[in-house]
Design a protein around this ligand. Sequence first.
Ligand code: ZN
Length: 426
Amino acid sequence: MSESADKNRMGRISGIIKRKGWESVIFTVLLTAALFLQISVSRNTQATTAALSNQGNAIPASVPEDLPDTRLEIRDTYIEYGSSLAYHLGENGISTTDTMGIIDAVRDFINLRKVQAGQKVELRYENNYFEGIMLPVSTDRDIYVTRSGGDGFQVIEKFKELDTYPVFKEAVVDSSLYASCLDSGIQDNVIMDLIELYSFDIDFQRDIQKGDHLTVTYELVYNEDNEVVDTGNILFTTLKTGRQDLQIYRYEDSEGKADFYNENGQTVRKTLLKTPINGAYITSAFGPRTHPITGFSSVHKGIDFGAPRGTPIKSSGDGTVTYAGYNDVFGYHVRIRHVNGYTTMYAHMSAFGRGIRQGRIVDQGQTIGYVGSTGMSTGPHLHYEVRYNGSHINPSRMKFPPGKTLAGVEAELFHNMLSSYEVSLP
Ligand SMILES: [Zn+2]
């Protein structure tokens, strides 16, 4: 494949993506069809129906007319905070023997210690006789515990058919990117993933303006009743701002490892995140200022992000915690050493993240602490500093070399995937 042909195709894809109005509706429909063909492998292939196996096989030659109707009664109950499945059954009038039988049968199928408050438990009665329970344990799995003669109970797992279909949405920024995406019907968790994906390239305070245009194609998971029960992966997304025209594609390599790439097959993940906190706004930028407490003018060596107390603070990059402690200026703060001579510091925390202490290895995006106002601080915020080879730099101006680039067979497969998106188009 020649490079210019390649570029041409990219141009066409982005051109198509940028179109608006009725054309984008057609685009959506066709794209959806193409993606459906690609990913209809979906989860239902795994949905082995281990269910109710001897139903519907033998039809009895004659049905005795005087057989009483089986009356099934189902009571929906929900486990309360601080309770357990065993306690819950006892509370609902199930005998100790039956409760023990159920617990015994079900413990190989679910982790009883992970049964949480709010878990639904269907109590099932036949002709007023307690027959067992049903637990919906995930969007695609129900567990039936039914009487198997005497005091014994057996477990039947029923897998529900789930189908995954792509959906296309677009948003034009009005007040904020987040609010505009919500208005376009994009689910909250998908927006969070989008923000994380773009946070390597976009400074949300500085770069996003009214009129900027985002598109996203992602998976929705439907149950047998055609209800959306979950969101799946983001498949691709574009963001056009005054300065940048970004395209991000999800690609699963031949070893099954999925990551996000730009149209040239370069990973979008970079050394450090520009914004180590979600939903924050900058209250004090890098540079000269008068300190709000001391009143002295000085150079602000970091960025202050305003955010509610308790907001999770993420590690900007993979690295090692070199300090997690307290002093009068920064309060509870964490320092992390990254590759290529970068270090970061996060101050005024209310608490450290789980297991965060000196020497701990952390991943990019891992929660290392929570917003607070400890040390010399006038209110809850994150003071964030980045140093490069020991000198403070402005985090919002950081530029990083591109990450790894797909090569060889992987590059070919990646470009085939992009072509398959295009094939569906007029
Ligand atoms: Zn600060």
